[in-house]
Design a protein around this ligand. Structure first.
Ligand code: ADP
Ligand code: MG
Ligand code: ZN
Length: 600
């Protein structure tokens, strides 16, 4: 194109650069002065010519000059050589006017090519590629994640392995007349390794793996989401046997039909397409959909029926043994000091998810790095855990001495009652170092992981919560504002005991649970009972709390000396571990209290 343009326009450009523009009158004077050698007159009145000195000029003659013969006679008189030409620039003008369009088309084709290259797996190219699925085929670049990177969860891995096995050896299943699974839905709290499991499947399965985020289907344009779903499945079917993985499927799989809002149409179309695609397979299809969510309760029921996601796998928070394995996996590439005992750390981290544990190990490594050490010590892990459980230490907040004494009395109360009450969780550590919002913390550790709590445990735990305030009452004769959170927590527990667990004699075995979602505890106001019942609930809650407080006060009054001793010790050392609390209380320590002792 460039060569063509130079050849076409070059001479003209060159000429116009060396040509002087003059006006008609100047031309006439030059003619009179015998300075003009040649002129060439175009049919539109354009005159170009050369002067006797050789310089080129151009001018535009007025029309009357051409028709009246005035110019002609002057030129003749002077003996100027005259020629004429017909203006025939239509071809050139056509090209000039088409040039921008041509350039634009060229650019469009070029961009289209680039797009096609960028979207892997897209069948057709060009601008149509924009509408293609953004699904990623992890066939070529397989993730390095393997099942061994996912610690624990053997049952779940087994379940998923079976799916992969089915895709790789379908005859085995066909011979037995078994129909393979079509969809596997992993559900569980955030951070339990659902995405990690899927990545491991992609790494291990020797079949094409299409990964897509649920949110990638959500589009501004109605119908695009549905077309993405269609494309994704079409691609997968072409590559069958294959696995489709949809991360966070709740982005598209939400319940249909209630409360039409803007953007609802798009959502429904996408979901309907997904439902149709999942069911549209022929009987022996070998495309399996793997999906995960941490909000199964919002999913459309149609999605969960057999034939679509016929396998629903719960991925719970890891239990003790699994926590240890997860810690091990994450500590694999780190250098641990000999005093680090991963199983003890696992015991000290109930309720931690896999992601929390990974974070814990990383936090410990950060501490070691800050101290310029290669080895992670037990103290690193202990401080990392404290930071995650109790929040960041705030050394800048300084308490008045009287405040500090109040906090010490308050925390001593919690710790002592926890140590004295037979059914409470053992004390692990008590501190009056402020951290986060709390001025002091008493950390209890459950002896084992419990799923069931009996009444004795709950009443003792009420007493422990109220014990901070009780200690203030015993020592100072008045309570402080520091007990606000304790009271709120205790009240919440007491309300649930009365309303949900049937632990009140007056109300009897009735339950009015607050409906809440499975994993996210949203509180919905709901009161399906009479005003009189509410009064009784309030009354019973107050009674439970009073009894618990009285119990705590009695315990502390009976062990007043221990209370004062622990207070003094706290004021002196700021942090006292569980074992010392039990010594002061004069009771044998339970085995778990040894855990944090070692760690600190
Ligand atoms: P989610 O269930 O929310 O998808 P992820 O799979 O993204 O959670 O897990 C987050 C991180 O937590 C992982 O990258 C990994 O480091 C860690 N993790 C979670 N569970 C495990 C496990 N069982 N084994 C090893 N690491 C785990
Ligand atoms: Mg995830
Ligand atoms: Zn308290």
């Amino acid at each position: 194109m460039a060569v063509f343009m130079i050849l076409f326009f070059g001479p003209d450009l060159l000429a116009s650069a060396t040509t002087q523009h003059i006006d008609y009158s100047t031309l006439l004077t030059r003619v009179q002065a015998h300075q003009v050698r040649t002129v060439s007159v175009g049919s539109d009145g354009t005159i170009t010519g050369t002067l006797t000195k050789g310089a080129r000029f151009t001018t535009q003659a007025p029309l009357w000059a051409l028709t009246t013969g005035d110019l002609a006679s002057r030129l003749e008189n002077d003996g100027v050589q005259v020629s004429a030409y017909q203006q025939s620039d239509t071809l050139r003008q056509l090209i000039v006017s088409l040039l921008p369009t041509l350039l634009f088309l060229g650019a469009a084709v070029w961009i289209g090519r680039r797009m096609q290259g960028g979207l892997t797996g897209g069948g057709s190219g060009g601008l149509g590629g924009l509408l293609r699925t953004k699904g990623r085929v992890t066939d070529a670049e397989r993730p390095a994640t393997r099942f061994t990177d996912v610690a624990g969860y053997e049952g779940i891995k087994q379940e998923i392995r079976e799916v992969v096995d089915y895709l790789q050896r379908p005859d085995r299943y066909r011979r037995a007349g078994a129909r393979g699974p079509r969809g596997v839905l992993l559900m569980g709290p955030p951070g339990t390794g659902k995405t990690l499991l899927a990545r491991a499947v992609a790494g291990e399965a020797r079949v094409p793996f299409f990964a897509m985020e649920g949110s990638a289907f959500v589009e501004m344009f109605v119908g695009l989401g549905a077309s993405r779903v269609r494309d994704l499945f079409a691609q997968a079917r072409q590559a069958a046997p294959a696995i489709i993985f949809v991360d966070e499927i709740d982005a598209i799989g939400g319940r249909r039909g209630v409360g039409a809002v803007a953007g609802h149409d798009e959502h429904e179309q996408t979901l309907n397409q997904l439902l149709a695609e999942m069911d549209g397979f022929s009987g022996d299809s070998s495309v399996v959909v793997l999906a995960n969510t941490n909000r199964p309760e919002v999913l459309d029921p149609a999605l969960l029926r057999p034939g679509r996601f016929d396998r629903q796998v719960q991925v719970p928070l890891p239990a003790l043994a699994d926590r240890e394995r997860i810690l091990y996996v994450h500590a694999r590439d780190k250098c641990l000091a000999t005093d680090v005992n991963l199983s003890k750390i696992a015991r000290a981290t109930p309720g931690f998810s896999g992601a929390d544990l990974a974070n814990l190990v990383n936090e410990a490594a950060l501490r070691a790095a800050r101290a310029d050490r290669d080895e992670l010590s037990a103290a690193d892990f202990d401080q990392a855990r404290d930071r995650l459980v109790l929040g960041q230490r705030d050394e800048s907040s300084v308490l008045l001495p009287t405040e500090q004494r109040t906090v010490a009395v308050h925390e001593s109360g919690h710790a002592l009652v926890a140590a004295l009450a037979p059914n409470a969780d053992p004390v692990a550590k008590v501190t009056i170092l402020p951290s986060g919002m709390a001025l002091g913390v008493t950390h209890q550790l459950p002896e084992d992981e419990r799923r069931l709590y009996n009444e004795a445990y709950l009443t003792d735990s009420l007493a422990v919560r109220l014990a901070g305030r009780a200690a203030e009452l015993v020592v100072f004769g008045q309570a402080s504002t520091g007990a606000g959170d304790d009271l709120a927590g205790a009240t919440r527990l007491a309300v649930r005991m009365v309303r949900e667990f049937g632990l009140s004699d007056r109300l009897g075995p009735v339950a009015y649970p607050v409906p809440s979602s499975t994993y996210l505890d949203a509180e919905a106001p709901d009161r399906p009972y009479a005003e009189a019942t509410q009064r009784m609930v309030d009354h019973e809650v107050a009674r439970l709390l009073r009894t618990a407080e009285q119990h705590a006060i009695d315990l502390l009054q009976r062990h007043r000396r221990a209370l004062d001793e622990l207070t003094g010790r706290l004021l002196e050392e700021e942090t006292v571990d569980g074992q010392a609390v039990y010594e002061i209380a004069g009771r044998p320590a339970t085995p778990t209290t040894l855990v944090p002792k070692e760690a600190s």
